[in-house]
Design a binder for this molecule. Structure first.
Ligand SMILES: [Zn+2]
Ligand SMILES: [Zn+2]
Length: 168
């Protein structure tokens, strides 16, 4: 969706509301299995003392895959939207969004904000214990009984101690 800002570009105090759904085609992440519905965004672009700001809120209802245990879990992401829109691109401030004529490409801006904010870790819960590296059991469901591999340095030490025991 493109948003026409003609009415407020030269009008400090003016604002243009928006409400839109994001196309999830560009929003694929390995840890997001599905979007339960298209992410929704609403907000406004307003002119404050001659500078255009975008503000609003984006909500995404997702089915995610835990990075540690592989379980699917539901996650609702709520993202506050904040961006500044300028008339000309500037190398000094690459985080600013640029007007295209009198319009902005709202989808582009919202998708970028969403991607930049995407969690780097997807966990079914904060303290997910993950899977046993030996048997693959889900350690959240209890101890599988496997013993952790002994530290090889400790094994050498134990061997030495055993030898000492035998000589005495
Ligand atoms: Zn997990
Ligand atoms: Zn195990």
């Amino acid at each position: 969706m493109r948003l026409d800002l003609r009415e407020i570009i030269e009008v400090p105090g003016g604002s243009v509301p928006f409400e839109t759904e994001l196309d999830t085609g560009r929003l694929s992440f390995p840890s997001v299995k599905a979007y339960k519905s298209s992410p929704r965004a609403q907000g406004r672009v307003y002119n404050e003392a001659g500078v255009l700001h975008l503000e609003g809120r984006l909500t995404a209802d997702m089915v995610c895959i835990c990075d540690r245990c592989g379980a699917e879990f539901d996650s609702v992401k709520e993202l506050p939207l904040e961006a500044t829109i300028v008339e000309e691109e500037s190398e000094e401030y690459p985080e600013l969004y640029v007007l295209d004529g009198n319009e902005i490409d709202l989808d582009e801006i919202l998708s970028t904000l969403f991607i930049l904010d995407m969690d780097s870790k997807f966990l079914c819960r904060e303290d997910c214990k993950g899977l046993c590296p030996k048997c693959g059991a889900d350690l959240n469901e209890g101890d599988c009984g496997c013993r952790a591999d002994p530290d090889p340095r400790l094994a050498v030490l134990e061997q030495l101690l055993d030898d000492t025991d035998q000589t005495n």
